[in-house]
Design a protein around this ligand. Structure first.
Ligand code: ATP
Ligand code: MG
Length: 558
C-alpha cells in the first residue's frame, strides 16, 4: 500500500509549507493562493510534477486556490498542442486549477500600462542600441556595466518612442524598453534589464494586436500581483531574479504584493528534464515524440504504464528543499512497483522463447490448470493456463552445463514449471551452427502443485507458456535513455544509450486474448507490463506490451 504518511511528511517537513503555515498563524494571509505557470513550449515532465504537487497541495491544504497560468509571453514558442497536453497532464495527476485557465497574455494591457507608469516615474527608457551593444554594455560578473547613451532621454521622449515601438514603427531588434536600475549593480540581472522587446509575431491568444511583448521577468511578477498570488514558488535558478521581481513590484501601483520563494529543481539520474533538450531528442529522431515511453515526460511515463498515484508518491518521497539533487531512478521505480504490486494480475509470458518438448506426453495432450490472478488477493479471480506437450520457456532459463548456483533448467537436471509440474531435461536439439533449437524433457506426473513423493529436492521455478495454445506478443523492453548518471551538460547526446529500447517477440498465455489497455500485468519473473494504446497492432492474435519496470532484484536479464 502506498503510504499516505509520505504525503503528510511532505507537508510537515517541507520548508515552504512551514513558511505558509507561519503566514497563516501570524495572520499575514487568510487565503493561500499559488499558481503553476508552465511555458507552453513542450510537454510537462516529472520535474513539473514536483512543482504541481507542491503548488496544488499547498493551496488545497489551506483551503486556498491554485491557478493554472500558461506563461505565453513569448509568442514564438507557443503551440496549441502543448497547452492541451499541459491541461491533460494536470488533470491526469488528479489536480484541479481554480476557475478559468489564466494566460499571461490576459494581462498584456495592464502590463503595458505598468510600463508606462515606470516611464512616467523615470524608471524605464527606450534603448536604441543594438542587441550586441546592449550585451557589451551590460558587463560581466567581473566587469561592471556602462550606461547606454539613451539612458538619460527625457520621459517625454521615452513615452513617444515606446508608443512608436507599440505602433510597429521600429523594426525588430532596433529598440527595446529597459528598466532604469543600476548599471554598476553587482547583480548582472539588475543592470537595466529589458522589459519589452519588439516581435512581429502572431500570438495565439491576442492575434496581431501586439508587436511588442513583455519579457518573462516583467510579466511574471505583475501576473502574480494581479492574481493575488501569496506565495510565488519557483526553482532556484530564479533566485537572482528575485531582486528584480521585488524591484518591479516596489515601483508599480498594485493592490497586492506577492512574494517569491525558490526550491531546487528535480533532476533524475540517467535522464534529462529540460524541454529544450527533449525537443532535440525528438527532432534528431532519437525518441519518437513527447510521449515516448523512454522520456520522463508525464505523457511518456503514462504511456510506459506509470500511474498518477505512483508519480505523486515519488514527489512526496523526494520532498522539497533548496539542496541540488540527482535522484536515483530506482526511487521512481520503487513507487510504481509498490502501486502495481497490489493491482497487477500475475500471469506468464515468454519473452525469448525456447521450445521444450515433453516426451512422455501424448501429442494432443492439453491440460487446463486454474491459477490465481494474485497470490494474496483472491477477489482478483483466476485464469486458466494450458499444459501441453510443447511449451516455451525463456532462452536464458536453460543451460547445458551450469553450477549449482544456476537455479534453472540444466541438462540432466530437474526444475519446477511455475503452477505446474517438475520436468527434467534429457537432451538438446541443435541446428548445424550449434544453436539450441529445442530441449527434450520428461515430466513427473505426480508433481502438480506438490513436491515429489520420494522427498527429492528441486530448487528453482521457471515460467513457461504453452507452445500450442498461446498468443503471439511483442515486448517493448525499455531501458535507461542515457548511459551516464548526469547527462545534463551540453554534450548530453554523447551519452545516449543505443539499447534504450529492445523489442522482443514471444508469447503470452491464451487467456490474455481478453487483455485490455489500462490493465496491469506482472509477467512472472520478468516485471510489470501493460498494453500500449499507441500500438495499432494490438490485434487478437498479436499483442504488444511495454515493460513498465523490472521486478525488484531482477538484475539478471538484459
Ligand atoms: P524546462 O527547462 O524544462 O523548460 P522550465 O523551468 O523552463 O523548465 P516551465 O514550463 O517554465 O519550465 O516551468 C513551469 C514551472 O515548473 C516553473 O515554476 C518551474 O520552476 C517548475 N519546474 C520546471 N522544471 C522543474 C524541475 N525539474 N523540478 C521542479 N520544478 C520544475
Ligand atoms: Mg522556461
Amino acid at each position: 500500500m502506498l503510504k499516505n504518511i509520505n504525503r503528510i511528511k511532505f507537508y510537515k517537513n517541507n520548508f515552504i509549507f512551514k513558511i505558509v503555515n507561519n503566514d497563516i498563524i501570524s495572520g499575514k494571509h487568510n487565503v493561500i493562493r499559488t499558481r503553476f505557470p508552465p511555458e507552453p513550449n513542450g510537454y510537462l515532465h516529472i520535474g513539473h510534477a514536483k512543482s504541481i504537487c507542491l503548488n496544488f497541495l499547498l493551496a488545497k491544504n489551506y483551503n486556498g486556490f491554485c491557478n493554472l497560468r500558461i506563461d505565453d509571453s513569448n509568442p514564438t514558442k507557443i503551440k496549441k498542442k502543448y497547452i492541451s497536453s499541459i491541461k491533460r497532464d494536470i488533470k491526469w495527476l488528479g489536480f484541479c486549477w481554480h476557475g478559468k485557465i489564466k494566460y499571461s497574455s490576459d494581462y498584456f494591457d495592464q502590463i503595458y500600462h505598468y510600463a508606462l507608469e515606470l516611464i512616467d516615474k523615470g524608471l524605464a527608457y527606450v534603448d536604441r542600441m543594438s542587441k550586441i551593444d546592449i550585451k557589451k554594455f551590460r558587463g560581466t560578473l567581473k566587469c561592471l556595466g556602462k550606461d547606454s547613451p539613451y539612458r538619460n532621454q527625457s520621459i517625454k521622449e521615452n513615452k513617444y518612442l515606446f508608443l512608436k515601438m507599440k505602433e510597429g514603427e521600429f523594426p525588430e531588434g532596433s529598440a527595446c524598453l529597459r528598466a532604469k536600475i543600476n548599471m554598476k549593480s553587482s547583480s548582472v540581472i539588475m543592470r537595466d534589464p529589458i522589459l519589452y522587446r519588439i516581435k512581429f509575431a502572431y500570438h495565439n491568444q491576442t492575434g496581431n494586436k501586439w508587436c511588442i511583448y513583455p519579457m518573462y521577468d516583467f510579466t511574471h511578477c505583475i501576473s502574480d500581483a494581479l492574481e493575488g498570488i501569496t506565495h510565488s514558488l519557483c526553482t532556484l535558478e530564479f533566485q537572482e531574479n528575485r531582486e528584480l521581481y521585488n524591484w518591479i513590484l516596489d515601483n508599480i501601483t498594485t493592490n497586492f504584493r506577492p512574494k517569491q520563494y525558490e526550491f531546487s529543481r528535480l533532476n533524475l539520474q540517467y535522464t534529462i528534464t529540460s524541454k529544450r533538450k527533449i525537443n532535440t531528442l525528438i527532432t534528431k529522431g532519437i525518441v519518437q515524440n513527447w510521449d515516448d515511453p523512454r522520456l520522463p515526460t508525464l505523457s511518456g511515463l503514462r504511456r510506459l504504464g506509470y500511474t498518477a498515484k505512483s508519480i505523486k508518491e515519488f514527489c512526496y518521497r523526494i520532498g522539497v528543499t533548496k539542496q541540488s539533487n540527482n535522484i536515483e531512478i530506482s526511487t521512481l521505480e520503487s513507487c510504481i512497483r509498490e502501486d502495481l504490486e497490489n493491482k497487477a494480475i500475475r500471469t506468464m509470458a515468454v519473452i525469448n522463447p525456447l521450445l521444450i518438448i515433453i516426451e512422455n506426453l501424448p501429442e494432443k495432450h492439453e491440460e487446463i490448470i486454474t491459477v490465481l490472478n494474485h497470490p494474496k488477493k483472491l477477489y482478483m479471480g483466476t485464469h486458466e493456463i494450458i499444459f501441453s506437450k510443447k511449451i516455451y520457456i525463456d532462452y536464458s532459463d536453460f543451460r547445458e552445463i551450469a553450477d549449482n548456483n544456476y537455479k534453472r533448467l540444466v541438462l540432466g537436471k530437474e526444475i519446477r514449471l511455475r503452477n505446474s509440474y517438475i520436468i527434467k531435461a534429457n537432451f538438446v536439439h541443435k541446428d548445424k551452427d550449434g544453436n539450441i533449437i529445442s530441449v527434450f524433457c520428461t515430466y513427473d506426473p505426480n508433481t502438480l502443485h506438490r513436491n515429489p513423493k520420494d522427498g527429492r529436492k528441486i530448487s528453482g521455478v521457471i515460467h513457461w507458456v504453452s507452445a500450442i495454445k498461446n498468443i503471439k506478443a511483442k515486448f517493448y523492453l525499455y531501458n535507461k535513455l542515457f548511459n551516464y548518471k548526469n547527462p545534463s551538460g551540453k554534450n548530453f547526446l554523447y551519452y545516449i544509450n543505443n539499447n534504450s529500447l529492445i523489442i522482443s517477440r514471444g508469447f503470452v498465455e491464451l487467456w490474455m486474448i481478453n487483455a485490455k489497455c489500462g490493465e496491469y500485468y506482472q509477467f512472472e519473473r520478468e516485471g510489470y507490463f501493460c498494453m500500449d494504446n499507441n500500438y495499432i497492432k494490438n490485434t487478437s492474435n498479436n499483442l504488444s506490451f511495454n515493460r513498465i519496470a523490472k521486478l525488484k532484484n531482477n538484475k539478471y536479464r538484459f
